[in-house]
Design a protein around this ligand. Structure first.
Ligand code: DC
Length: 227
């Protein structure tokens, strides 16, 4: 597959396996992978830690908070995964926990925060050869992306996958909590005013309820080959 590098935008509901697919694609194609959810999560963690009343701040004050936040991704060779750094600290596990998960969709509704994140995300796409996953990648960040995938899956199946993942990481959660959190985030993400989660008109739907990781990867590689 020696074609010109492209931008692949993957959007969809919470816990659909967007990042798993995005990482596998990036690995196969030699592309850069960027997890935009981790960026909103890192901002949320900063807000939680500093007790910032973000909903009561003016845009100018929010910008000042954002100026204090540096988010980087670094490749962990040993574990073969990308990890999120907030102001130089590895926060990869903490941003996946309950506290951040319960705060993040509220934070992601704030216009000034979204504008800054979109600006950073677009910079990463300047040289193409990028797989980015999130909620507004095909609609807002890269409306001209060469390939857009919209992922969905059955709610119970998603909850089970996320629950298993969190338990494996040693986090203390119940299945019902995880399921409720996914439902709430989907609701907030699709109903917010700023760049809500919607399917781009030119996106290809991928329902992975009953597909394994290899089948999903094949599905997308076929789409790329056909283009
Ligand atoms: O992909 P994730 O579950 O880690 O994302 C965490 C939250 O961030 C999710 O509830 C919605 C928000 N988000 C967003 O609003 N826009 C994005 N591009 C990515 C994530």
């Amino acid at each position: 597959m020696e074609k010109d590098p492209i931008i692949i935008a993957i959007d969809g509901y919470s816990s659909c396996g967007k990042s798993t697919l995005a990482k596998a694609l990036a690995k196969r194609l030699g592309y850069v992978y960027m997890d935009t959810g981790a960026m909103y999560r890192a901002v949320s963690l900063y807000i939680i830690r500093h007790n910032i009343p973000i909903n009561h701040l003016k845009p100018k004050e929010i910008k000042e908070v954002l100026n204090q936040i540096d988010i980087q991704f670094s490749w962990n060779e040993k574990e073969e995964k990308s990890e999120t750094y907030l102001n130089g600290e590895n926060v990869e596990n903490e941003i996946r926990g309950k506290e951040v998960s319960e705060k993040v969709s509220e934070v992601a509704q704030i216009k000034t925060i979204r504008e800054r994140m979109v600006e950073l995300q677009r910079k990463a796409g300047l040289h193409k050869g990028l797989v980015m996953d999130g909620r507004d990648i095909g609609t807002k960040v890269f409306p001209n992306a060469e390939l857009k995938i919209f992922m969905t899956a059955d709610h119970d199946i998603r909850a089970k996958r996320r629950y298993d993942e969190l338990i494996a990481k040693g986090l203390d959660v119940t299945f019902e909590e995880v399921k409720e959190n996914i439902k709430l985030r989907d609701y907030n993400d699709t109903n917010r005013k700023e760049n809500p989660l919607t399917q781009a008109k030119d996106a290809v739907v991928l329902d992975n309820s009953y597909l394994n990781q290899e089948e999903q990867l094949d599905f997308v590689l076929k789409l790329i080959a056909e283009r």
